[in-house]
Write a protein that binds this ligand. Structure first.
Ligand code: TRP
Ligand code: SF4
Length: 330
């Protein structure tokens, strides 16, 4: 049904504005895949509910922000199906039916489950919904019979669980209903945050894709430099400096010069940071331009989600008919 091209599925939880770690670590890769595959990109708001069920206040707004971030970074709703998980109720039905065949022990031993239970404080996550998180993720992927899923390393365990569910389902019902999806690891580009830890919303060390000039320079000024450099003319060591880590990614042409003038003590950190802010702004400028167009046209965002829902549902319905029938429900 999808023609010759393989099917890709991936999802992100709508947790707020995306940052340049998301852009380089995932989004740019997703955009590249659009020409080679039939892509489904889903804003997984039900997954967000598994942890934020007490405070879902911003979820609608966050979904729309995510559409704007995705599109401004080059995702094309003509090429890819861009949609919201809760708009396609078939995800819930398949989640329910897959939960019938998924042994509880598989979920209990899932490493992300154990980690998150420990890490996330102040919320009761000993819930039925939360332990079922990977089953919902499997339903997302299998509803579109995806062949491959581009995700980071942190999702490897969930993908393995999806494949186990596929094997068990196909075995029980005696037919190859679902393909085993392979993991397409995002090209390895971990972006460090302002403090040299991995850039992540939970560390509060990000630069957002939508950040304007003032926010960018303010964030860049906060970056940690070589602490041994006290005076402007002290020779610096760029390899331990956050600013240099960013130059390395974004300043391909001037990199050698930054390295030399830092280590010879010829350039001060303030100047070096100002240069970086300019370079980042230039990199983000075309993205910001597209974003402004969408911000000024909220109806377009609604339309995109509606078109995405229709396209996704067409495929989801066919899969569900097959699933119901093979499980003896129709
Ligand atoms: N669990 C994923 C994450 O936290 C999000 C997700 C939900 C997903 N469903 C998916 C990713 C299906 C890939 C495929 O990043
Ligand atoms: Fe870092 Fe640049 Fe300062 Fe060198 S000059 S320590 S690279 S900010």
């Amino acid at each position: 049904m999808q023609g010759e091209k393989g099917v890709i599925f991936s999802g992100m939880r709508p947790t707020g504005r995306l940052h340049i770690g998301n852009l380089l670590g995932a989004l740019e890769n997703w955009v590249r895949l659009q020409d080679e595959y039939h892509c489904f990109y889903c804003i997984v708001d039900w997954h967000a509910m598994t942890t934020d069920y007490e405070n879902p206040g911003h979820i609608n707004e966050n979904v729309r922000e995510m559409v704007m971030d995705w599109l401004s970074c080059g995702m094309d709703p003509e090429k890819s199906v861009v949609f919201r998980q809760s708009d396609v109720k078939e995800h819930a039905e398949l989640h329910l039916l897959l939960s019938m065949v998924t042994p509880l022990s598989w979920l209990e031993r899932c490493p992300t489950y154990k980690d998150q239970l420990q890490q996330i404080e102040g919320r009761n996550l000993a819930t039925y919904g939360f332990i079922g998180y990977p089953v919902l993720q499997a339903a997302d992927i299998l509803l579109y019979k995806a062949n491959a899923v581009p995700v980071g390393e942190d999702q490897a365990a969930h993908l393995e669980l999806t494949r186990e569910i596929v094997r068990r389902f196909n075995y029980i019902y005696g037919k190859k209903v679902f393909p085993e999806p392979e993991t397409l690891h995002n090209e390895y580009r971990v972006v460090l945050g302002l403090d040299r830890r991995k850039m992540s919303k939970s560390y509060d060390n990000t630069i957002d894709i939508a950040a304007g000039p003032d926010e960018i320079s303010q964030k860049v000024r906060m970056m940690i430099t070589d602490p041994a450099r006290i005076r402007k003319n002290d020779p610096g060591n760029p390899t331990i400096c956050s600013v240099f880590a960013f130059h390395r990614i974004f300043n391909t042409e001037g990199l050698e010069e930054v390295e030399l003038s830092c280590s010879r003590g010829e350039m001060g950190c303030v100047e070096c940071k100002d240069n970086l802010s300019q370079i980042l702004l230039q990199y983000l400028e075309p993205i910001h331009k597209r974003r402004r167009e969408l911000e000024n046209n909220p109806r377009r965002v609604t339309e995109i989600l509606e078109e995405g829902r229709k396209k996704a549902q067409q495929v989801a319905r066919v899969t569900m008919e097959e699933v119901r029938s093979i499980m003896g429900l129709q």
